[in-house]
Design a protein around this ligand. Structure first.
Ligand code: GAF
Length: 385
């Protein structure tokens, strides 16, 4: 999808369609820290952002989906070319059992200012947003938690065996606050995200290596296998989160080298999330920056999900006094990095990191200041006569 959404323009030009209509905003997410921990029942710290996928649903005589930024249309019974985004809609329809002759008679248009492939969870924004649209428009009366699980299962039809961090933050995001999620029981607490005199900056590498789905799934399977090995000796433990510190060395001795590295990363990353929470509370941007850098090093050297482009951007932050730190976000192998930068230096930092990245890769990064926003929301709904 493009940066400036034709849908947003459409909304401005045509705010009141005919018949029954509904406008929905489904945001992307960032993650402050706690990567690849959600499917290990660990801790993570995501937040919904201002950039979003926007939907307009209207009454019609048949089912259709219009991807405004791509100029692509899917119409019921006319499947000539299958667009890559259709899998996210299909997955949700299947989970709601709204398929074949049960397809709803609605026209759904969508567009975004949330870039896809940027590690900001545009696919979850589509799945969650579409589930939300159907629930509201068809008055299905599904509660928020069940609806979120429908979106999660729907998205898994795409093949990515993702955790739940993205969907929890998209459904529950709140302006200026991140969610500290305990994935042991999926409870969360809202936390302020700002450090005084500092600003969060998102720098998108604009690369999206094809490895992401297969490598992601192989990491989550490897973690499950680690737990199986360990639980032969410690039968009450069912996740990496259960491992007690005193037994960590004994657990390492049960694993091969790759498994040891994965386990070390997850255990350390959970600890970093707690320390990051303290750094936020104590308003200590230097400590937070060090945690970001340590998190990135773990993702690069132990969990092995980084790539050269992400590493360039983080290496810039590591040696530049205007930033306290940076790290990659999301599944890895491309996408975006998150930087904590002194507010007065934002402009010069943006220019310099852009030049640095261009020299290293020949590409221009996409850079924007992070605005933490509300989660999924109905913008407007109504019925014209
Ligand atoms: C992707 C997944 F969808 C999330 O569940 C999470 O595991 C993340 O990668 C890595 O932290 O966004």
């Amino acid at each position: 999808m493009q940066d400036s959404s034709s849908f947003i323009n459409l909304y401005r030009l045509n705010p009141r369609p005919q018949g029954k209509w509904l406008y929905v905003r489904s945001p992307g997410r960032i993650n402050l820290i706690g990567e690849h921990t959600d499917y290990n029942r660990g801790l993570c710290f995501p937040a919904a952002i201002d950039k979003a996928v926007y939907f307009l649903a209207e009454e019609d005589t048949k089912f259709s989906i219009h991807a405004l930024d791509r100029n692509q249309i899917f119409i019921q019974n006319q499947r000539s070319v299958i667009p890559d985004w259709l899998v996210y809609f299909d997955g949700v329809l299947k989970e709601l059992n709204l398929i074949n002759d049960k397809l709803p008679k609605i026209k759904v248009s969508f567009g975004a200012d949330l870039p896809s492939g940027a590690g900001l969870s545009s696919s979850s924004a589509i799945s969650c947003g579409f589930a939300f649209v159907l629930n509201e428009f068809l008055d299905l009366k599904i509660n928020k938690s069940d609806l979120m699980h429908i979106a999660i299962r729907g998205e898994r039809h795409s093949g990515l065996e993702g955790g739940m961090m993205d969907q929890i933050s998209i459904f529950n995001g709140r302006k200026d606050q991140a969610l500290l999620i305990d994935c042991q029981d999926w409870t969360f607490k809202y936390k302020d995200v700002q450090f005084k005199d500092y600003q969060w900056l998102v720098v998108d590498t604009k690369v999206h290596h094809t490895l992401v789905d297969s490598e992601y799934n192989s990491r989550s399977r490897a973690c499950r296998s680690i737990v199986s090995k360990i639980s032969l000796h410690y039968p009450t433990w069912s996740s990496i989160r259960d491992i007690e510190n005193d037994c960590l060395q004994a657990c390492y001795s049960l694993l091969d080298d790759i498994e040891k590295r994965l386990l070390q990363y997850v255990v350390e990353e959970n600890q970093r999330v707690l320390e990051f929470d303290s750094a936020l509370l104590g308003q200590d941007p230097e400590a937070a920056g060090q945690l970001l850098l340590a998190g990135h090093a773990g993702l690069k050297d132990l969990y092995c999900v980084s790539c050269a482009e992400l590493d360039y951007l983080v290496s810039f932050a590591k040696t530049d006094p205007r930033a306290t730190g940076a790290r990659m976000m999301g599944g890895g192998f491309g996408g975006s990095t998150l930087h904590l930068v002194r507010r007065d230096d934002i402009r010069s930092y943006t220019e310099d990191i852009s030049d640095f990245y261009k020299k290293a890769t020949g590409m221009e990064p996409r850079i924007f200041e992070l605005i933490v926003s509300n989660g999924l929301e109905t913008l407007e709904m109504g019925q014209s006569v």
